[in-house]
Write a protein that binds this ligand. Structure first.
Ligand code: MLT
Ligand code: ZN
Length: 481
């Protein structure tokens, strides 16, 4: 098949004719940033990188690639942790980067919706909503770089899923360019539409394997009038789950975030940031960052937070707590949480597992999986953190300080993630709660999805992309593996 492909020169000229010479990148130096993932783990090559400015241009690019049988890799902010947004090293692909399609097209404050192009960054989408006194509630650490198209393609989650759901819950309509260049559009912003299959949801979480998302209608929420944030030490993960139950009981819908942080995760991030102290005096093994938000006034929300903490103290679920006294305190607490991911990347040597189990099992899972991983890698720093309120933890054993990353990482797939993922699967959990599959976990799916699920996934792929041109090699394990 490779021999029949057009030469890179032919492809470059064809792409220049569609998007203009200034919107094409070719050659190693100019394509480097687009073919390497942001952690520097996955490095591929591309014939050409194109940056279209409109849906019509995306459509013409895909029509040409389809006719020429050229594989296409869609790309947003290139913040995937799974290698889902970069090409393989064959050098055959055209990368379609959506960054120039970065306009907020409309905000309808009555319908509480926002229509955006796919290349709008998450932070730009949030700011545009805020300018209309609305909230777009998706919250993830990479919001300054990640784009709405990528958020949709990976069904992004983050720290406010507990309250608002993930991207699948936040989208009302999509515009998608199909592998042959046809345009599917449901940019209508309806909350009720039972006219057959919900086609848009096929593309959410498909990681660009079925088409390229070019636009979306997103739900907007009322802006909360107040928030209350606390950094809380708990005796163990079971106490954290019990405290979450108390928080829900006493505040109803107000619990917006409930993030677990293990002691090694806190130590790592404080060392990495250098200029920030722990919010708590003593050192504790387990902490949670709790945020309540509501439409009521700050005074009554703070009173609710105090009630939750007092109830926690009296039941032995809380050992200590720091309540944010100002916006700046709250920002510091959140900075500590959000920088854990980068602290690991910069330290190097982190085995990343992103698992979820039912909330009723998460505490036991964390304890049991930690004990078993420590039997295998006794000195690993157990960096465990994340979205406890959703039953989702980032379970990331980190190399001992004196062990080179390369040596430690030889244990990544076997035995460490095989053990952790296997334990999550045995609890009816997921081996990828929110980071997706990409190339990193593609072949693991054969172990954790049923034959019927894999067959259905391939049938959907074949129906929409029979030539296997869209993000080939991602998500779907080769049939028969
Ligand atoms: C997070 O929750 O911080 C993100 O999912 C990123 C990560 O875990 O590395
Ligand atoms: Zn996360």
């Amino acid at each position: 098949m490779t021999a029949e492909l057009p030469t890179p020169d032919t492809t470059l000229r064809a792409m220049q004719a569609i998007v203009g010479a200034n919107a094409c990148r070719s050659g190693d130096a100019d394509t480097q940033a687009y073919v390497t993932d942001y952690r520097g783990i996955y490095r591929g090559q591309a014939q050409v990188v194109v940056l279209p400015a409109s849906t019509e241009e995306v459509s013409r690019v895909l029509q040409w690639c389809h006719a020429q049988r050229v594989p296409v890799v869609p790309q947003g902010g290139n913040t995937s942790l799974m290698g889902g947004a970069v090409p393989d090293d064959s050098g055959t692909a055209v990368v379609v980067n959506l960054s120039r399609m970065n306009r907020v097209l409309a905000i309808d404050p009555v319908n509480d919706t926002m229509t955006v192009q796919a290349g709008v960054t998450l932070s730009a989408a949030r700011s545009a909503a805020e300018a209309e006194q609305r909230l777009f509630p998706l919250r993830i650490g990479s919001e300054g770089s990640c784009q709405i198209g990528g958020n949709l393609s990976t069904n992004a989650g983050g720290t406010a899923v507990l309250r608002y759901g993930n991207m699948r819950d936040l989208v009302l309509g999509l515009e998608v360019v199909l592998p042959d260049g046809r345009i599917y559009s449901s940019l209508r912003g309806l909350r009720k539409d039972n006219t057959g299959y919900d086609l848009k949801q096929l593309f959410v979480g498909a990681e660009g394997t079925l088409g390229i998302i070019t636009g979306a209608v997103l739900k907007l929420m009322p802006q909360p009038r107040s928030s209350a944030v606390a950094f809380v030490a708990v005796p163990d993960p079971a106490a954290a789950v019990a405290l979450l139950g108390e928080a829900k009981r006493l505040s109803g819908q107000a619990v917006t975030a409930f993030e677990l942080i293990s002691r090694p995760a806190l130590d790592l991030v404080l060392e990495y940031l250098g200029n920030i102290a722990s919010p708590l005096q003593e050192r504790h093994d387990w902490m949670v960052l709790v945020e309540l938000t509501s439409g009521t006034d700050a005074e009554s929300l703070n009173a609710t937070l105090m009630e939750i903490l007092e109830s926690g103290f009296s039941q032995g679920l809380v050992l200590d707590a720091a309540v944010a006294a100002s916006l700046s305190d709250a920002q510091t607490f959140w900075r500590i949480r959000e920088e854990i991911s980068d602290a690991q990347t910069r330290t190097g040597g982190s085995i990343k597992c992103d698992v979820s189990v039912p909330l009723s099992r998460i505490a036991a899972f964390v304890e049991e999986a930690s004990a078993r991983v420590l039997e295998l890698v006794p000195d690993a720093r157990m960096v465990i953190y994340g979205h406890m309120g959703d039953g989702n933890v980032h379970f990331n054993p980190l190399r001992p300080k004196d062990q080179p990353a390369r040596d430690f990482l030889t244990q990544w797939y076997e035995p460490v993630s095989a053990l952790v993922d296997g334990m999550a699967h045995a609890e009816n959990g997921s081996i990828s709660a929110e980071h997706g599959i990409g190339v990193a976990k593609r072949d693991d799916l054969t172990r954790y999805k049923s034959q019927v699920e894999l067959e259905l996934m391939w049938q959907v792929k074949q129906a929409l992309d029979p030539l296997n041109l869209l993000n080939p090699g991602k998500v779907l394990p080769a049939p028969g593996r």
